[in-house]
Design a binder for this molecule. Structure first.
Ligand code: F6R
Ligand code: MG
Ligand code: MG
Length: 368
């Protein structure tokens, strides 16, 4: 059976700043989908990570389907109204343009969708990150699909060692979707050259060369491209099919042991280590650290099993302790150097004005 998995998420407002959505807000989104999804969706799950609410759904309608997107959009609008009634902070933060025209893409919500013929057994992971942006998935995607130190399938499995096609987006391009296709393993260093720049390039999708099947898709929204200015971090979502010609679930999770530094954290303007957390975790220290959750599912005829919360395991408690130390290390230097993002990536523009004001007061020292 050919199915589509859609992950559409939005920050609709949160309690106490950017911490987590209220129960009433979550209930509003859940009730809306429960009441209106009949005949559109086969199945769905509604979860939150930090202050972002994600609608994960299955259906037979393909990617960017008007009915599926309208349903999610209307659920978000309903949620935003509750957020406003409750005085939640940043109510409707990710609903940047309100003229819905058949797709949530380009309006603010993060969208990741994949259409494929179900395999006999179809396991996949749904990852959601908060207080960061799509580039946060660059390093883990690179390591899971290109590096045998994380993906033992690259040396063990003849299917996996045939490699993958990476579609990488230049998210600096404002007016169009500018994408390059690179083949691994032969172009692995070119992939690395692009993906190291987490703010400029982001993985859009990954495809198996053995079967031409799609392995992964990541939301690549840049809110500032939509709004014309910085209005919040583009907290991303990722769907990735696992096993057989794809990395195993554990190989997708393996790179999250690193706690690599990503853009985001407090005021969306700092670098901090990405911490793997349970679904439904909020943020705390310095509006962070940036977090990522992972839920594993199996799907059959579009029907989802219950989720396995992948980072809810004793191993990840140890990892979280290590990553907390890394977070403290970088936080010790406050806003100096790499602890804070460069001028182009700051969510605030006031500092540029301060620099302009100070510029007038510089004097040129004349040579004697
Ligand atoms: C991400 C998020 C943050 C905020 C940022 C600025 O979930 O909401 O990136 O956009 O913390 O928020 P203000 O300026 O509202 O304090
Ligand atoms: Mg927010
Ligand atoms: Mg968020």
């Amino acid at each position: 059976m050919k199915i589509t998995i859609s992950a559409i998420k939005a920050d609709l407002g949160a309690i106490g700043g950017h911490i987590k959505p209220s129960q009433d807000l979550l209930a509003a989104v859940r009730n809306y989908i429960a009441a209106k999804s009949k005949g559109i969706l086969i199945d769905y799950k509604i979860t939150y990570t930090g202050d972002d609410i994600a609608i994960l759904s299955t259906h037979e309608k393909g990617a960017e389907n008007g009915k599926v997107h309208q349903l999610c959009w209307d659920a978000f609008i309903t949620g935003m109204k509750v957020a406003k009634e409750q005085g939640l902070y940043g109510a409707g933060q990710d609903l940047l343009k309100l003229d819905f025209r058949g797709t949530c893409k380009g309006l603010g919500p993060a969208v990741a969708e994949m259409e494929f013929e179900e395999r006999e057994a179809e396991p996949f992971l749904f990852l959601a990150a908060d207080k960061t942006d799509p580039g946060a998935f660059n390093l883990p995607a690179y390591l899971s699909f290109c590096d045998p130190m994380h993906n033992s399938g690259l040396v063990i499995s003849s299917k996996i060692r045939q490699g993958y096609i990476f579609k990488i987006m230049d998210v600096g391009c404002v007016n169009a979707e500018k994408i390059i296709e690179l083949k691994t393993p032969e172009e692995i260093y070119d992939v690395a050259v692009l993906l190291r720049d987490q703010e400029r390039f982001a993985v859009e999708s990954v495809w198996s060369r053995a079967t031409n099947e799609q392995a992964a898709v990541i939301s690549t929204t840049r809110l500032h491209n939509i709004a014309g200015k910085y209005v919040g971090k583009d907290d991303p979502v990722m769907l990735v099919r696992t096993q057989k010609e794809f990395p195993g679930g554990g190989e997708i999770l393996s790179p999250y042991s690193i706690g690599h530094l990503v853009a985001g954290f407090m005021r969306g303007s700092h670098n901090g280590p990405l911490m793997p957390v349970k679904q439904g975790t909020d943020v705390s220290f310095f509006d962070g650290p940036p977090i990522v959750s992972a839920a594993a599912y199996s799907v059959h005829d579009g029907k989802l099993t219950e989720a396995v919360d992948c980072f809810d395991h004793p191993y990840w408690d140890y990892v979280r302790t290590q990553i907390s130390k890394k977070a403290q290390d970088i936080r010790r230097q406050g806003f100096f150097g790499p602890a804070m993002l460069g001028m182009g990536e700051l969510e605030y523009t006031d500092m540029a004005q301060t620099l302009k004001n100070l510029e007038k007061r510089f004097t040129i020292k004349k040579a004697d």
